[in-house]
Write a protein that binds this ligand. Structure first.
Ligand SMILES: Cc1cc2nc3c(=O)[nH]c(=O)nc-3n(C[C@H](O)[C@H](O)[C@H](O)COP(=O)(O)O)c2cc1C
Length: 355
């Protein structure tokens, strides 16, 4: 064997070592989700619809439909259309404060959706039983250790821990700190997926080695060819660097708004205006707090739609995580997934001394 051939054979062998290790570390996650790689395509309102969701599942990951503000008949159609495009499993993300939550759960049950993700706060009374009682696995977001323990006690099947590097609505703590606080004490009890700021497979390897069973990515999938986002929305992602993805500011202490991470633009001013408007309604006693918060959420849904669907990236909300700086071009979902898997496998291979 010439030295070149020997080197090539070694490279192939060590490639296998990293990939084997990656698959082993992901096994709990892939068994739980029923897919090849435990990479969840994080639900993104207006973006995670039939095309992107099916493409992620077809590429070996796990696509998740973002129900967002959809009404039950729309979700019904979206699930049916996604099924036509993939025979692999996918999930549905429901927002806890949606006024038709029970009906949306029923639609998921009608289609025998295998996994439901509940976002936007602790599950309201009865929702856990209603979802699990119909045979679906329930995944919830845990923004802190105490809440993670509470969710596990109340019977959720898996957790997503999402740090403030993520795009969209965020909590106050970084992914790296949440991972250190939550993975060591809880990863043996329940499968945990890590989200927020992941753009390179090397980091996926790191979280798996800490006990995560998989990861969830949103930002990295926006510039997939299969994603229906407007070309100008994708261009804004490709141009942006990490520091352009900033958080919204709370204008009035009486109105607790969940911060949103998005690319800097003129929309930030209109959000400040909207907050003042809603705070005045609260002051005058014209709305209750729950209604005020719903108005803020409806504002976001509209602002995100303007950017994603209409391509208005100046007055719409271009929600994006800090990993936007690692989005350099449009690629197919299969290419993105392949790259993440290769990077993770190589990182594991290096750490095991095989590279
Ligand atoms: C444009 C956009 C919209 C999002 N919409 C939702 C949503 O409707 N529901 C939800 O639970 N998470 C939403 N997210 C969060 C993602 O599901 C995912 O957890 C997050 O993007 C992961 O962090 P990353 O952006 O750093 O990859 C959104 C994220 C983005 C970038």
């Amino acid at each position: 064997m010439t030295s070149e051939v020997a080197l090539e054979a070694e490279a192939v062998k060590s490639d296998g070592v990293g990939l084997d290790r990656l698959k082993r570390l992901m096994r709990r996650g892939t068994d739980f989700l029923g897919c090849e790689y435990s990479v969840l395509g994080g639900a993104m309102s207006w973006i995670s619809e039939r095309n992107l969701v099916s493409a992620i599942s077809n590429a070996g990951g796990f696509g998740v439909i973002a129900c967002g503000a959809m009404m039950p008949d729309m979700l019904d159609a979206e699930i049916a259309e996604t099924r036509k495009r993939t025979d692999r499993p996918f999930g549905v993300n429901l927002i806890t404060m949606h006024p038709a939550l029970s009906e949306l759960i029923d639609i998921c049950a009608k289609h025998e959706v295998s996994h439901v993700v509940l976002a936007g706060g602790l599950p309201p009374a009865g929702a856990i039983e209603r979802i699990k009682g119909r045979g679906a696995k329930l995944i919830c977001f845990a923004p802190a250790l105490a809440l993670a323990k509470k969710l596990v006690r109340s019977g959720v099947d898996a957790l997503v821990i999402e740090g403030m590097e993520a795009g969209g609505h965020i909590g106050p703590v970084s992914t790296s700190v949440l991972a250190q606080e939550i993975l060591p004490p809880l990863s043996a009890d329940v499968p945990i997926f890590v989200a927020g700021g992941i753009g390179h497979g090397g980091l996926i390897a790191g979280y798996l080695e800490m006990g995560a069973v998989g990861v969830q990515l949103g930002t990295r999938f926006v510039c997939a060819h299969e994603c229906i986002a407007h070309p100008d929305f994708k261009k804004a992602f490709i141009r942006a660097s990490a520091r352009d993805a900033v958080t919204s500011v709370q204008i009035d202490p009486r109105l607790p708004v969940i911060p949103v991470r998005a690319l800097k633009n003129r929309e930030m001013e209109s959000f400040a205006r909207k907050q003042r408007e809603v705070a005045e309604l609260l002051d005058r006693g014209e709305v209750e707090m729950a209604e005020a918060q719903l108005q803020i959420e409806q504002y976001w849904a509209g602002a995100l739609r303007r950017a994603v669907i209409d391509g208005d990236v100046e007055t719409g909300s271009v929600m994006a995580g800090q990993s936007v700086g690692m989005v350099k071009q449009e690629q197919t979902v299969a290419e993105i997934m392949g790259q993440l898997v290769d990077e993770a496998a190589h990182a594991l291979e290096r750490r095991s001394g095989h590279a």
